[in-house]
Design a protein. Sequence first.
Length: 218
Amino acid sequence: MKELDRHLFGEGRHEKLWTVLGAHPSANGTSFAVWAPNAQEVQLVGDFNGWDGSQHPMARDAHGVWNLEAEVGSGALYKFKVRGADGRWIDKADPFAFRAQHPPETASVVYDSSYVWSDASWLEQRVHRQPHAEPMSIYEVHLGSWKHGRSYRDLADELVAYVRELGFTHVELMPVMEHPFGGSWATRSPATSRRRLASVSPTTSGHSSMPCTKRASV
């Protein structure tokens, strides 16, 4: 965390926590950070150290954020080994993980996305629109259960055609970020990354179900 990040975090005003918490690969390894203000100790464990946290102890800052730079590459499995206020050690998945194992496995995965957005022209068109003066009918849907077994590319074509036929003007996606428990539908996950396709029924609603940016501690 840089000094400005720490300042904003301490005031509860950091609006892009996913950029500083979690696991962030770089040319020199991966930086790990997790908010655990009541922990006595936090260690990094994973398949790179035989799940032995004594090799990778983390350092706490004034705001309760534990940090570590480690020579760990993309694809590595990891968890945070936390000694709580009661003195017990518990292995915890990363609440800001960009990828997670499929159940019943529960480890977080170091992930470095190479995806390049190509929607610049659409964003430019959006600037010149007047949404408050145009019709709006929103179809809210969870992609993982709308049609099982489809890829995001498949759904991009099929879902658009479907909602147009029904007369909707907009689509609102229920959370698509990575999360370890599919039954939660990601509504309690603070991480913001591409999500494995999971399960829940589609609904129609004008209300947002997306989670707010918030702190999430282990």
